[in-house]
Design a protein around this ligand. Structure first.
Ligand SMILES: NC(=O)c1ccc[n+]([C@@H]2O[C@H](COP(=O)([O-])OP(=O)(O)OC[C@H]3O[C@@H](n4cnc5c(N)ncnc54)[C@H](O)[C@@H]3O)[C@@H](O)[C@H]2O)c1
Length: 427
């Protein structure tokens, strides 16, 4: 690509920061975020999400906007004035009724609209339902800038597929779907990503196709996990080990290897609601998608009930028992606690009169307290417990000496099925 490319990445979270760092190895990049404390720590090379290590970040950081390659982090919109590619990576949550909340997309589109110039390209990466880019975001860009799509400026959509905590499948190693508001812009957007994504790109024919592709990837995972969660409930009733059944079935070449468990976080547990909402607007009531959501959302309470039943079977007095919950984050080896379903397990266990100690070496104690009003500890408690629940498979937990933490008659429940024979039971 030989044009004078200057990129702004708006929203420096789990998705935006790794992407901004990658582009900054080749282009001048301004990383913009409204969270000033996030920008301050990034400027000093610290990424609290643990997605980009300090050395990698320091390598690209620059202390003022540059015309060479490098990443300048800022919370001042004017620092993006010279940019001609704007990539928006802000959150797309749901509200308390599980309806899509597009506020961060509207607000970031307003920010970009104010500095948009003729010829610029605005690419959205946030996960959305088909139609959000062209029908919700572009009108904001047009209104605020006074410019017209495909006449004065252009749009694109390129969904992100990273998997936080996964140091193997990093952004450049994951094939990226791209799209543009015209065929020519599609090619330009595609070329931009192709220049840094070593795994290559797939240029989708339209923005809506690219939007739909992303939302169904996560919905498919949600539905498949819901299916194995249902199987776990059935096999528990039959006293059959689900993990053993799955291992046997997985020997067939086309059996999909999904595992039962909690579906938290702000992607797989949220994105199906985006698709469902849009389907309903078209008069279609999705059955499978919403059934999957309901089933997965019921798993926290189910796990707590299983733990209590097993404690009773072992003759452990439930009311007043002390239990160690290992992990509070929504997934392994990642500090993200947003929408973690461990909270449902803890709430349910507490209702049975169990005193729960939560140990998580990665979670931010203050954030857990603020979000869930729950106390967490970052170091291993010096105590013995009536029950231990391995809720999150952080690498650190796999090295624990469980017998040191267990009373003589104690239950070890392995939600993730990673402890094998040493656990009393697993989902
Ligand atoms: N985290 C993942 O695993 C993942 C994977 C693929 C796709 N996605 C999607 O990518 C999008 C971003 O997710 P994330 O996990 O990076 O979120 P995040 O919460 O980690 O980061 C978002 C950042 O955007 C900033 N922000 C919010 N409003 C802003 C605004 N108006 N202007 C500028 N900055 C603003 C926030 O301060 C935050 O730092 C979502 O749509 C998500 O569904 C996430």
């Amino acid at each position: 690509m030989n044009e004078n490319i200057k990129i702004a990445v708006i929203g420096l979270g789990y998705v935006g920061l790794p992407l901004a760092r990658l582009f900054a190895t080749k282009y001048p990049v301004v990383g913009f975020d409204i969270n000033e404390s996030r920008v301050t720590s990034l400027k000093s090379g610290i990424d609290s999400t643990l997605e980009v290590n300090q050395q990698e970040l320091q390598k690209v950081l620059v202390d003022k906007p540059t015309n060479e390659y490098g990443l300048f982090c800022s919370s001042i919109p004017a620092d993006m004035l010279d940019c001609n590619y704007f990539i928006i990576t802000v959150p797309t949550p749901v509200d308390r009724n599980n309806r899509p909340d597009l506020t961060p997309l509207y607000k970031s589109s307003e920010t970009v609209g104010k500095i948009l110039k003729k010829g610029d390209i605005v690419i959205y990466e946030s996960t959305v339902y088909p139609g959000v880019t062209e029908e919700q975001c572009v009108p904001v860009l047009e209104k605020v800038s006074g410019l017209k799509l495909n006449v004065d400026f252009y749009a694109g959509y390129s969904p992100e597929r990273i998997n936080p905590g996964d140091k193997e499948h990093t952004v450049e190693k994951i094939l990226k779907v791209t799209s543009g508001s015209t065929p020519e812009i599609g090619l330009k957007v595609d070329a931009l990503y192709k220049s840094v994504i070593t795994a290559g790109t797939h240029l989708a024919p339209t923005i809506k196709v690219a939007e739909a592709a992303k939302v169904i990837e996560n919905s498919q995972r949600d539905i498949n996990i819901a299916f194995v969660n249902e199987l776990a409930k059935i096999f528990n009733l039959m006293n059959i080990d689900t993990q053993e059944v799955l291992a046997a079935a997985a020997t067939k070449w086309n059996f999909l290897p999904f595992k039962p468990g909690l579906v938290g976080g702000h992607c797989i547990g949220v994105d199906p609601y985006y698709l469902a909402q849009r389907a309903q607007e078209f008069g279609y009531h999705p059955e499978i998608i919403l059934a999957g959501r309901r089933l997965n959302d019921s798993m926290g309470e189910y796990i707590a009930s299983q733990v209590v039943k097993l404690m009773i079977k072992k003759g452990i007095s439930v009311n007043g028992a002390n239990l160690l919950m290992l992990g509070i984050t929504f997934k392994e080896n990642c500090p993200d606690v947003r929408n973690t379903k461990i909270v449902d397990v803890v709430k349910s266990l507490t209702e049975y009169g169990i005193s729960v100690t939560i140990y998580d070496p990665l979670a931010n104690i203050k954030e857990v307290q603020k979000e869930y009003e729950l106390k967490t500890v970052n170091s291993i408690p010096n105590d013995k417990f009536d029950a231990i629940v391995l809720g999150v498979a952080h690498a650190e937990f796999l090295k624990l000496n469980f017998s040191e933490l267990q009373k003589d008659n104690s239950l070890l429940y392995d939600v993730k099925g990673v402890l094998g024979a040493i656990a009393d039971n697993r989902l």
